[in-house]
Write a protein that binds this ligand. Structure first.
Ligand code: CU1
Length: 525
């Protein structure tokens, strides 16, 4: 096969061959184009938010600002960073990593992509119903006041959830059933471990948010009295249900990102990963603890002091497996022969940004400081450092790293480095001032603020335009590479995992003969 010039991209042509494909690599690419489109839309809403906040005083009507904020959140969370890594790079790489010809249920992979689009179309359709304005969290009691746009937006999150559940079921089964001979669980690449831990979260946590938004819809339509205090319901109950999913969802976003970083650090340090077992189990550890910490969102919503205390301690526990990963990455780089290619720059950017995000999380898990920081820009800065900085850095690093394998072409390395500089600098200029603004007491979610907060907000807005410019460069890198890039060799980075032993781009069936593995995934000597 490898000599015939046929690969998964050119083996069939025409739109229908893509829309009905069962090839995990093609579906991963479909996800890439879809998610990139919604990233653009969510990014435009982000820039509208920052443009409003450039100056004290109002540029847009405040009702419109609430909609910018809501669509930015819904699109970026449910349609970009939750599916992001598993749906694009997970779908493409999981079978390649474990020496399989496809995932366990190829049709389910395709179904998940259609669920994604059904949810996305529903979400966008609400723009024509007056626009959703609850924020991405759909908090009660406000969301109980019937609005077609808000209900439909919540239902869109419900539908998109199925895409996530289907991906999770598929990945768990694939890891258990389709590993090639010799590929024991102690030999799967760390990216696969992180996808596996994520898949467990997708299967166990996502149904909870589905049921929650279904209850919210029934509350609106039939007034069944679950969340509405006037009907004997409890609005705080909604927060419990919502965060029982949405805290694990933070790890659905960040765990696979960490998996990518493990691959990048190993390859570009030219060393076997330090502490393979510790990193693998820390993924499972983070997944397990993530179910026990949701109450940290409700320190000031009214819960017992004992409950708050327990949630606080458990939340801090997340720092342990997370630090295990960071220390092991640093130990891997120690005395390695580090190559500063663009994917590695993004990996180092991840470590810098994610560490700031993690450390500021301790301020928020501590009850006494959280009471001060709650609902201020400190929280906005914190979760953008974790979820946006973390996940985006790794998606960019991973997309560049596997670009030669996926497309069979090389990209413009100097321009890729330039994109990193703009995105990394822009990100910190945007969000670091927001820690300060939060500590000064600037509340989140408002269209306007006191003039005293203006100069830091202006810096933040200029930073956001810088990020936007960085992504334009990244877009150029991907388009130019796909169209005009030089032909990629089989293994341009000298990496050790299985996908680099087959042609770029791989043939439809991945491996001509199923490989047999006799050693761990990163045997640098
Ligand atoms: Cu949380």
């Amino acid at each position: 096969m490898s000599g015939s010039g046929k690969n998964y991209i050119n083996e069939a042509s025409g739109l229908m061959s893509w829309l009905t494909t069962r090839d995990h690599k093609r579906i991963g690419l479909l996800y890439f184009y879809s998610i990139a489109l919604f990233f653009l839309i969510g990014g435009i809403f982000a820039l509208l938010i920052r443009t409003e906040l450039f100056k004290s005083g109002l540029l847009f009507p405040p009702e419109m600002y609430n909609r910018f904020m809501t669509y930015h959140g819904i699109i970026m969370v449910f349609f970009v960073i939750v599916p992001g890594v598993p749906a694009i790079l997970g779908n493409i790489l999981l079978p390649l990593h474990i020496g399989a010809r496809d995932v366990a249920f190829p049709t389910v992979t395709l179904m998940s992509w259609y669920c994604y689009w059904l949810g996305a179309v529903l979400a966008v359709s609400t723009l024509f119903m007056g626009g959703a304005d609850t924020g991405w969290t759909f908090y009660t009691p406000y969301s109980i006041n019937f609005s077609a746009a808000n209900i439909t937006a919540a239902f869109a999150a419900f539908v998109a959830g199925f895409s996530s559940i289907l991906t999770g079921v598929n990945f768990v089964t694939t890891v258990h059933k389709l590993r090639c001979p010799g590929m024991t669980m102690k030999r799967i690449p760390l990216f696969v471990w992180s996808l596996y831990a994520t898949a467990i979260l997708q299967v166990l946590a996502t149904p909870v948010v589905g049921i929650t938004v279904a209850l919210l819809a029934m509350e609106n339509i039939f007034g069944i009295g679950v969340f509405d205090p006037e009907l004997g319901g409890d609005p705080v109950l909604f927060q419990h249900f919502f965060w029982f999913y949405s805290h694990p969802a933070v790890y659905i976003m960040i765990l696979p990102a960490m998996g990518i970083i493990s691959e990048l650090i190993t390859t570009f340090s030219r060393k076997t990963i330090f502490g393979y077992t510790a990193i693998a189990y820390s993924s499972l550890g983070i997944a397990a603890v993530s179910f026990l910490v949701w109450g940290h969102h409700m320190y000031v919503s009214g819960q017992s002091e004992i409950a708050a205390l327990i949630f606080s301690v458990l939340t801090m526990l997340v720092g342990v497996p997370t630090a295990i990963k960071l220390f092991n990455w640093v130990a891997t780089m120690y005395k390695g022969s580090i190559q500063m290619q663009s994917p590695m720059l993004y990996a180092l950017g991840f470590m810098f940004i994610f560490t700031i995000g993690g450390v500021t999380g301790i301020f928020l898990s501590t009850i006494a400081t959280d009471v001060h920081f709650h609902d201020t820009y400190f929280v906005v800065a914190h979760f953008h450092y974790v979820m946006v900085g973390g996940t985006l850095m790794s998606i960019m690093g991973g997309a560049l790293y596997w670009f030669p394998k996926i497309t069979g072409k090389m990209f413009d390395e100097p321009m890729a480095r330039l994109s990193f500089v703009f995105i990394f600098v822009g990100f910190n200029v945007t969000f670091f001032p927001q820690f300060v603004l939060g500590a000064m007491g600037m509340p989140r979610r408002y269209a306007d603020y006191l003039p005293a907060f203006e100069s830091l907000n202006q810096i933040s807005t200029l930073g956001s335009y810088t990020i936007g410019f960085g992504f334009l460069i990244a877009l150029y890198v991907f388009v130019q590479g796909s169209l005009r890039g030089a032909k990629a060799p089989m293994n341009p980075w000298g990496a050790k995992t299985l996908e680099w032993t087959i042609p770029s781009p791989p043939p439809h069936e991945n491996f001509e003969t199923i490989p047999t593995v006799t050693a761990g995934p990163y045997e640098y000597r």
